[in-house]
Design a binder for this molecule. Structure first.
Ligand code: GLY
Length: 355
């Protein structure tokens, strides 16, 4: 797989990526190198990294807690403090080895420490490989509100090595597939067709889908790095999806959803809204709903949950004066940005999901 050129960094793939990383590290005078991981990536992914990446430089290790709850300001303070105690300076490098939490948070910590130090992302989850690690969004959650604090800041390099996927459980793999489905539905009809024809266990399909998704994301970000217009397409299914994810995270009697499971609900509702506002074909909408629910399972959302979910929508980062603009589709692969949606049709869309 050829490397992809982003604006001021390169996305490298599989074993060739470690040659690029070795060159970069050997030829840059970093004062210190820090690897940020969580306990799972330390156990399952660091051995793969160590096997493939040989260096004479000494490495320092920084661990963060597991999961979405660790993506907070307390974890940042702890990392900033440890980095200062270990005498990190502006010539230090942070290597983020992990899923979206590690790359989002590690990127944010690097971008803010001493007004910004270099970082590299090595995503170890499918979701990280096709979305979170690419495009320079870094950040943390504010309570249950997702990604409310952060900045745009590019890594020096991204390494996508599909060997790390062997360490994932099926639920995590499905979570990443939600983002691949997103690219298919909103941007690339051919990709969606390929997804329908192939089970995720098919490695050739998966490799191709990862490369295609990373290329789509990179192209979109090249055109609109700061999300003024086109980049909003990457939020297809995410407005309601993020609200549902936050609501389930902060509500004691709700199960934890993966990001992909929440986005799957968001995509089904976005397709229903698309029927309402963009003349999307209802029969195709029904087939998308059937496919998504068969793939991700059905999330139980009752009418009593709606007001809190709709309230959380106001915190969507695309909201202007509390009004969310949705990304909808006219056809599979053909997006419409900045769509206004009424509360009544949102409720209809949630009913459609649950029906
Ligand atoms: N995950 C959406 C974006 O990076 O813009």
């Amino acid at each position: 797989m050829d490397a992809l050129k982003a604006k001021d960094y390169t996305i490298h793939f599989n074993n060739a990526a470690y040659v690029a990383l070795q060159d970069y590290i050997e030829n840059t005078c970093f004062s210190k190198i820090f690897i940020v991981m969580d306990a799972l990536t330390q156990t399952h992914c660091y051995p793969i990294f160590k096997e493939k990446f040989k260096t004479s430089k000494s490495l320092n290790f920084l661990n963060i807690g597991m999961g979405e709850n660790a993506k907070d300001i307390e974890t940042c303070v702890s990392l900033w403090q440890q980095l200062c105690d270990l005498e990190a300076d502006r010539n230090s490098l942070i290597v983020n080895l992990g899923g979206g939490v590690v790359t989002d948070l590690g990127g944010f910590v690097a971008s803010t420490l001493k007004r910004g130090i270099s970082f590299i992302n090595i995503p170890t989850t499918l979701l990280g490989m096709v979305d979170a690690s690419i495009g320079g969004k870094t950040g943390i959650n504010l309570g249950a509100l997702k990604n409310q604090v952060g900045c745009f800041s590019n890594p020096k390099m991204i390494i996508i090595d599909t060997d790390y996927l062997k360490t994932l459980d099926p639920r995590e793999m499905r979570s990443g597939m939600a983002e691949i489905i997103k690219y298919g539905l909103s941007y690339d009809a051919k990709l969606y067709e390929t997804i329908l024809k192939n089970p995720t266990e098919n490695n050739a399909f998966l490799t191709e889908a990862i490369y295609r998704s990373a290329a789509i994301k990179n192209n979109v970000v090249l055109e609109d790095p700061n999300e003024q217009n086109l980049r909003k397409v990457l939020n297809f299914g995410h407005s309601l999806g993020h609200a549902i994810e936050s609501y389930f995270l902060k509500t004691a009697d709700k199960p934890n959803l993966t990001h992909g499971e929440a986005i799957a609900v968001g995509m089904v509702t976005a397709v229903n809204l698309s029927c309402h506002y963009c003349d999307f074909n209802l029969a195709i909408a029904d087939s998308i709903k059937e496919f998504i629910i068969s793939y991700f399972g059905k999330v139980t959302i009752s009418k009593a949950d709606y007001p809190a979910i709709i309230d959380l929508l106001k915190h969507d980062k695309k909201a202007e004066s509390g009004i969310v603009k949705f990304v909808l589709i006219e056809q599979i692969g053909k997006y419409q940005l900045n769509c206004n949606v009424s509360e009544a049709t949102l409720i209809e869309a949630l009913n459609y999901y649950s029906a």
